[in-house]
Write a new protein. Structure first.
Length: 67
């Protein structure tokens, strides 16, 4: 599956890299929402995908913090 590869990739990154990944994902989500509000977004499913990726990143950060 594509998501399991993505999660494994996230687990191999350091906390600083994860934080950077989180910031870039949140920026992308903001831009997608802005495009959606102005009717410029073609693939609205991308918003849901980015939201789930943000949750995955936050989950991995929490797991690393507890370990």
């Amino acid at each position: 599956m594509k998501t399991s590869k993505y999660v494994e990739e996230l687990k191999s990154k350091s906390e600083a890299e994860l934080a950077q990944e989180l910031v870039s994902a949140k920026k992308e989500l903001f831009n997608l929402r802005f495009q959606n509000a102005t009717n410029q977004l073609d693939n609205t499913a991308r918003i849901k995908e980015v939201r789930k990726n943000i949750a995955r990143i936050q989950t991995v950060i929490t797991q690393k913090a507890k370990a």
